[in-house]
Design a binder for this molecule. Structure first.
Ligand code: ZN
Length: 236
C-alpha cells in the first residue's frame, strides 16, 4: 500500500470516528469542534443563576441540621431539558469524558462564588454495593473526581456507605422519601478522620433533597464536621 493510500485510509477512519460522535443531549451528529454537546444544546444549557446558596429552599427545608453550610447547583433540572439529558447520558452511557467536562464546568463557573470556600474534601453520595455492581460505576464519584482535580481537594470514598437497598423513590413525597431512606446510610470507621473539617457532598441531581438530608443525618454524628452540598443539577 502506498503512503498516499495509508494516509487516505487513516483520514477516512478519522472522519468516520468524528462523524459517529453524537450529542448526548439531542442525539444530533456533532462536528469536530463540538464537544461534548452540540453547539445548539450548549446554548440551551439551563444555568442556575441564583447564587444565594444559604437561603435557597433546600437549605431552609434542612434547617434542623446545624452542620449544613451551603447547598448549590450548577443547572436547573426539568424533565427533558438539556441538563436532564446530560445527567441521563452520564448515568447510562458511563462517559467519563462527559463527567470530567461537567466537573470542570461546575468549578470554572462557580469558583468565583462562595460555594466552594473552605471545602477540605469532597464526598460522593454513595450507591449501595448492589446498585453500583449493576450500574458498573457511581456517577457521583466520577463527578467528584473531576471536581476534586480542579479544586485540588481530595475525594473521600470511605466515609459513608449505603447499607440498605430502598424502593424506587420517583413517586414518593418528600416525607415518604425520608421514611424510605431511614437507616439507608451508615458511617464507616474512617469517618472520624473528618472531625472539625468542612466537606462537600457531591451528587448529580437533587430532586427533593431527601437523599442528602439522610446522608447528613449520619455525617452530623462526626464531631465538628460541617457539610455543604453540591449537585450538578437540581429539580426546580
Ligand atoms: Zn445537541
Amino acid at each position: 500500500m502506498s503512503t498516499f493510500d495509508s494516509i487516505h485510509r487513516l483520514w477516512a477512519s478519522f472522519t468516520d470516528l468524528a462523524m459517529s460522535r453524537h450529542c448526548p443531549s439531542c442525539g444530533r451528529r456533532m462536528a469536530l469542534d463540538e464537544e461534548p454537546l452540540c453547539a445548539q444544546c450548549m446554548l440551551r444549557l439551563p444555568w442556575e443563576n441564583n447564587y444565594d446558596w444559604i437561603y435557597n429552599p433546600r437549605m431552609v427545608a434542612a434547617a434542623d441540621h446545624p452542620c449544613l453550610q451551603r447547598v448549590g447547583a450548577l443547572m436547573r433540572y426539568n424533565h427533558g431539558n438539556v441538563a436532564a439529558k446530560v445527567v441521563q447520558s452520564l448515568k447510562f452511557n458511563r462517559t467519563v469524558t462527559l463527567a470530567s467536562w461537567m466537573g470542570r464546568l461546575a468549578v470554572s463557573r462557580l469558583q468565583s462564588t462562595s460555594l466552594f470556600d473552605g471545602i477540605e474534601a469532597l464526598v460522593p453520595t454513595p450507591l449501595s454495593s448492589r446498585r453500583q455492581r449493576l450500574r458498573g460505576f457511581n456517577q457521583a464519584l466520577i463527578l467528584a473526581q473531576a471536581m476534586g482535580e480542579e479544586l485540588r481537594v481530595p475525594v473521600c470514598t470511605d466515609i459513608v456507605r449505603k447499607i440498605k437497598e430502598v424502593e424506587p423513590q420517583t413517586h414518593l413525597t418528600t416525607s415518604q422519601r425520608l421514611e424510605n431512606l431511614k437507616g439507608a446510610y451508615a458511617l464507616t470507621s474512617h469517618a472520624d478522620s473528618l472531625r472539625d473539617k468542612h466537606i462537600m457532598l457531591i451528587d448529580d441531581v437533587i430532586t427533593t433533597g431527601s437523599t442528602f438530608t439522610s446522608v447528613i443525618s449520619e455525617l452530623e454524628k462526626v464531631q465538628g464536621l460541617r457539610v455543604s452540598v453540591f449537585a450538578w443539577a437540581w429539580v426546580t
